[in-house]
Write a protein that binds this ligand. Sequence first.
Ligand code: HEM
Length: 501
Amino acid sequence: MNFAAMNQFSESRVAFNLKWMLPFLGLLFIIVHYWKKRKLYYYALKFPGPFGFPLFGSIHLLKDGPGEVYKMLTTLFGRYPNVFSVWMGKELYIGLSRPKDLEIILNRCLNKGNVYEYTEDYFYDSLITAPVNIWKERRKVINKAFHMTIINSFAEKFLEGGNSLVLNFKGKCNGEPFDVLPSVWRVTFDVACATLGNVDSNLLKGQDQYMLDLMSSHRIIFGRFYNPLYRFNFFWRRSSFGKEAQIIKQRTWNFIDQMIDLKRRTSDGNFQQNYFLDLLIRLEDEKKMSHEEVVKEVQFMFAASHETTAVTVSAVLLALGMHPDIQERIFEELESIFGKSDRDVTLDDVNKMDYLKRVIKETLRLFPTIPFIARRVDQDLRTDSSFYPRGSTVVIPMAHLNRKAEFWPDPLKFDPDRFLTEENQNVPRCTFIPFSYGPRNCMGVKYAMLSMQFTLSTLLRHYKVTSSNYKTIQEIDFGMTIVARPKRGYIISIEKRNRYI
Ligand code: HEM
């Protein structure tokens, strides 16, 4: 055999080998994948669920894009009552709306689902996503900043927030509809600075950019979830989304750094015992937390507090624009407390506002601020009705539970009196969990309720909401980032209640 013939022979052998090698490796990959996940596949089959392609799962459900995730998920929960399973790539998700099992999951499964990893550029390893071993210690320490006496001491700052919104709305009483969210958000942000940070937000530079960056960060987190390639850091960091995420991360971190720096300069080394930012700075000084950890916690806590409360207050106003009779009942309650006086709202007054509190709860039922959360199952878990295998992620649908006719008669009727104790007592636990449930529930429940009561009562003594862009609850189509918001915004019109202004 001459040299050329030998070369041709070995080339054809390589081609032959490659031709068989690639399918062989592919097959091997599939076998290893199924073998490693065999238990998950076995138990997933015990639940009903949508069709899934081998390896890819039900990614066709994502075809309508990030804007339709809310609809896609609520439709799935509606189609499969109680429980269903769905594969997304290599992840098994179990959609669960059976309250008894939810109670067990929320009490025992304290690690977050893998989906939370997509928030890594913003919140990763902060309280919201931290693995249980870190979370437990951190929560214990930070809890000191959420003691009722501390929250009550914020009353004046909550009131200032309400009063500044009253001033802001003065120029909006011309009958023109407007989106109420930006103004409310600005105020909840200032209040977060004044309470959690104990700093004056007017001394911070770049607030508008910070708020815009926060909004963009939601879009980016969802964008990452939607592209399977972005699960790999290699592709993510090189993508335009990934590059934008880095810029935003840097800018938001710089902003938080600026706040920490301001706090340090204005405190002169005298940090208050248990105020949130003071507490974290002390922990950093005592070398119990690194600077990066402090920045991440502050970043998350601020985002968690001002966006959620702004969205909920805006939803209450939207709902009142649709339900003038309910708004009048709130006003009657306020009149029964204040009579003809225009004095400021106090903590004692807020404690008497039972109807307003029920209105906020009914709003959280029909406009679930955080519509879905997820928990990872770290140990096999058997309940009376199902088996939840280790390695799966349970998705918990506040958005769906809150509208299930089984628990809420005439579910789309806005009726705050559902929350009168005697009316409400037959509803099983874990059907109404806007703040989640169990040891890893929302830390800011009391803060949120008190701040929203102050803002709304102050505002509603001065203004009447006269219309909203939605006429019925059915009409509202929600879009979702991390929080759920009506796609057409919170458009309302207002008029003055003449007696006070
Ligand atoms: C209407 C307002 C609010 C709603 C509906 C809400 C809802 C929630 C929900 C559902 C969770 C659980 C998230 C999950 O498991 O993925 C959560 C966690 C959390 N929230 Fe809120 N929240 C609100 C306001 C606040 C406020 C005002 C603060 C702080 C001042 C706050 C601080 C936190 C913290 C620190 C966590 C993480 C707790 C942990 O993992 O240990 N939230 N919130």
